[in-house]
Design a protein around this ligand. Structure first.
Ligand code: ZN
Length: 257
């Protein structure tokens, strides 16, 4: 599932490719995407990421909000020949953006433009004080909290495992048991890991591809996620795998306390 670095990668590539361009056509292939059916086309003025959502702001006052969910991706293609599993096409002079999504969970909505500051986003205007006071006290395990989109924007299973590993914090800990210093360490490592993920154009373990159909390179940087049985690069211990809330968690039992 695309997380913050993957969605940010797409937003940056979309900015280069279609910002300032006029939408010539919007063609919906999948009836499930009824939210985009009545789009009034216009020029793309601005492109931004809100958590895991891609927001295209148009000069008509509307915005198109794309959430890729499980298997969704966007592909730039000069030809308008419909690729397999595509559900929607946005056409511009010179090429098209296709939403490709085999499992059909991605959503596309049209809404009036709202200017919002993203205070839950560690890579934007994160409100640390509010997080410590409201979210960090909750009686849930810390990994669940990192992945809760109402608490923090954009972090999913892969990056949550990596962040906890680098911060040396056990995924089994209750969020409310973490000290202020531990949260500080967590945010520091989270920002570094997300930044690296963006630089490497995301993590391609299964479906993820960038706007041009290329794999990212961050899978080569993973030190915990998917590394079961390997040596921990921090302490030499062994990375193990457990199940938490139906998802796999990878961590080092020796140095993550
Ligand atoms: Zn370790």
């Amino acid at each position: 599932m695309p997380e913050l670095p993957e969605v940010e990668t797409l937003c940056r590539q979309l900015k280069e490719k279609i910002c300032g361009k006029k939408i010539l056509a919007s063609k919906v292939y999948d009836d499930k995407l009824f939210g985009i059916k009545n789009l009034k086309t216009g020029k793309i003025n601005r492109i931004e990421r809100q958590g895991k959502t891609i927001v295209l702001q148009l000069d008509t006052g509307d915005s198109i909000k794309i959430h890729l969910r499980m298997t969704g991706r966007l592909l730039w293609q000069e030809s308008s020949t419909r690729p397999k599993h595509s559900r929607w096409r946005l056409s511009f002079a010179g090429g098209n953006i296709f939403l490709i999504d085999p499992r059909r969970f991605a959503t596309v909505k049209v809404e009036k433009i709202k200017q919002e500051k993203d205070k839950k986003d560690l890579m934007a205007e994160f409100d640390e004080k509010n997080f410590i006071e409201k979210q960090a006290r909750r009686k849930v395990n810390v990994k669940t909290l990192l992945m809760d989109q109402k608490a923090l924007a954009g972090i999913g299973n892969i990056y949550a495992c990596e962040i906890l590993h680098r911060a040396g914090i056990s995924p089994l800990r209750q969020a409310s048991s973490l000290t202020r210093e531990e949260w500080g360490k967590m945010f520091y490592h989270a920002r570094n890991i997300l930044k690296k993920g963006i630089e490497k154009r995301g993590t391609s373990i299964s479906d993820w591809r960038d706007l041009y159909g290329r794999k990212g390179e961050n899978q080569n940087e993973l030190k915990a996620y998917g590394q079961e049985g390997k040596r921990c690069f921090i302490c030499g211990g062994k990375i193990c795998r457990i199940k938490q809330g139906g998802r796999s968690t990878f961590y080092c039992n020796d140095c993550q306390q």
